[in-house]
Design a protein around this ligand. Structure first.
Ligand code: SS9
Ligand code: ZN
Length: 343
């Protein structure tokens, strides 16, 4: 299986994350992509290629122009406003408050942020742009006939909506890939999000549409991030009713319970008959992941990959989360190897 990767992910190198009332070293750090790349090479998974550049249009097909411009200018504006640390929001649109966008960068941070752990820094925009190109290049490989491809995206994307960032995400790489497939002639795209955290951004983007079927297996939002979306009763709206499927699961969920939900999701994907399957591949479902609470073991990721292969669809794997840095390479590539062996 070919891997698409770029060194430009290193431009996203925030020094602080707000966690537990402290500024800590971010969990979403450059070494994550390097561990995965090392494992790709160690296992001879396949060639590693640089991304092509598809420009801004596929990003703007998903994200609002003002939001994209904000991400680009906010770090410099933050400094000009006299703040010394990295740009972290401190105010949000509370209940029954106005949705008029403030002028001041401090107000705009809360207007565009859905969470406060993710600092905005110089280089973030460029890294997010490059990550989207990694996704788009993977999509192009599938369109050119590849049965499967791995877009080693960093920063991740599944928490980003059309006009909000957070949860370490800025541009929604899976959504950008899905829209690109549709713009290039696909009729139906399924996105299966196996990251521990609900893909609130991807759900939000396609919630009222039937041409993208979004399925997510994740920690119950009553107990974990993103907290404010991801419940089972969220099944889509308008034309999208029935094309959104959430499987929230409790703390300490073991693989057999998780896999039962996967099989239900794969059955619904088979009924939907998509032209392509996009996998939002987060491996923070791992038993020792520092910010999650499922109990998958490394071998379970091999089984996960084999189960995904059983769908028999062209499959675009897009890297999302996974934070137990040492193990992230083994677990992510185990999914890809399990997929390959089953094919
Ligand atoms: N103190 C940790 C809080 C983490 N909150 C954001 C989690 C984003 C996961 C992206 S896959
Ligand atoms: Zn996650």
């Amino acid at each position: 299986m070919e891997t698409i990767y770029t060194e430009k992910h290193k431009l996203r190198d925030a020094k602080t994350e707000l966690c537990g009332g402290e500024l800590v070293e971010p969990f979403e750090r450059p070494s994550r992509a390097e561990y995965v790349l090392d494992r790709v090479r160690e296992t001879d998974l396949g060639p590693v290629s640089d991304p092509d550049d598809f420009g801004m249009d596929p990003i703007l097909a998903i994200h609002d122009t003002e939001f994209v411009a904000f991400l680009k200018t906010a770090p410099a504006r933050w400094k000009e406003a006299g703040f010394n640390g990295e740009a972290i929001p401190t105010t949000w649109v509370g209940r029954r408050m106005s949705h008029i966008r403030p002028n001041h960068v401090e107000g705009q941070l809360g207007y565009y942020a859905l969470a406060g752990e993710t600092s905005l820094t110089e280089g973030t925009w460029e890294a997010a742009y490059a990550s989207a190109q990694v996704a788009l290049t993977g999509a192009a490989r599938i369109r050119a006939g590849a049965g499967a491809v791995f877009s080693l995206c960093r920063p991740p994307g599944h928490h980003a909506t059309a006009d909000m960032y957070g949860g370490y995400c800025f541009f929604n790489n899976a959504a950008i890939s899905a829209q690109h497939f549709l713009d290039q002639g696909a009729k139906r795209v399924a996105i299966l999000d196996v990251d521990f955290h609900h893909g609130n951004g991807t759900q939000d983007i396609f919630y009222d549409r039937s041409d993208v079927f979004f399925i997510s297996l994740h920690g119950d939002p009553l107990e974990t991030f993103p907290y404010h979306l991801g419940h089972a009763e969220e099944t889509g709206s308008g034309a999208g009713t029935g094309f959104n499927l959430n499987f929230p699961m409790p703390p300490d969920t073991p693989f057999d319970v998780w896999q039962a939900a996967l099989h239900k999701g794969l059955a619904r994907i088979a009924e939907y008959k998509p032209d392509v399957l996009i996998i939002s591949l987060g491996v923070d479902t791992f038993e020792t992941d520092p910010i999650s609470f499922f109990k998958l073991k490394s071998d379970d990721f091999l089984t996960m990959g084999a189960d995904i292969a059983s769908a028999g669809l062209p499959t675009h794997f897009i890297m999302e989360g996974g934070y137990d840095v040492d193990e992230i390479g083994v677990n992510a590539v185990n999914v890809l190897q399990g997929f390959e062996r089953a094919n």
